[in-house]
Ligand binder design. Sequence first.
Ligand SMILES: C[S@@+](CC[C@H](N)C(=O)[O-])C[C@H]1O[C@@H](n2cnc3c(N)ncnc32)[C@H](O)[C@@H]1O
Length: 227
Amino acid sequence: MDSYLKANYDYWQSGYTAGNVESWVFRAFGRILKPEFGLSGEKHEKLLDFGCGSGAALSFFDRNGFDVYGVDISKIDMSRCKERMPHIADHFTIVDPTPRVDDVFFDGDFDLVTAIQSLYYYSSGDLETRLISLKKQMKRGAIIYATMMGSKSWYYDNSAERENGLREVNIDTPRLKIKNYFVNFTHSEDDLLSKFSMFKRLHVGYYDARYIETEGSDFHWIFIGRA
Ligand SMILES: C[S@@+](CC[C@H](N)C(=O)[O-])C[C@H]1O[C@@H](n2cnc3c(N)ncnc32)[C@H](O)[C@@H]1O
């Protein structure tokens, strides 16, 4: 495994605490996925959440009728998903941090793939490999919803350039200690579209927030595309 993947893998073994579905997920569902693409959950549409963490988004889509599946590298988060959704405990699995184009999760054939704050932990080469693998597992015309950390984020201000599109982030505040952590930031809308060029662009958006003066922007791009 590449050393940057091992570093990110080690970081995420402590898990990601997300109590509830985030507004940029339920609003995207209510404003776009459901009205524009008919992805309502009524047809029990098959959904993969790549890098699903502790399953906050999946739990929301499960309650809305989707046939949900989640993959992640974090063992503790996969346990949390199983506890959170015991009726579908076999719909969650730990995956290898290294992407392969022929990876298949839960027999593929997905109507919707979500990747919420998870794909930027790949170098540029590995991101392309992962996106190829996800596209191959989507039904023709299926939708991808992905969010990518932007270089307007305060993480970027605390990072240094490394190779293959990656930057190493170092943050040391009373709340947050991050080191040996690698991110592939997205610099502009053109950069976002270039990263996702294998999909037909449907929508580009963003979300942002700042909570305290000692920290900066949480800026993330949103990409919605069709396979
Ligand atoms: C910021 S958290 C977001 C979790 C979840 N999507 C959410 O929004 O609540 C990033 C997630 O990406 C996962 N991740 C990081 N690198 C990964 C990789 N190479 N393969 C799969 N998942 C990965 C982490 O384990 C973590 O759960």
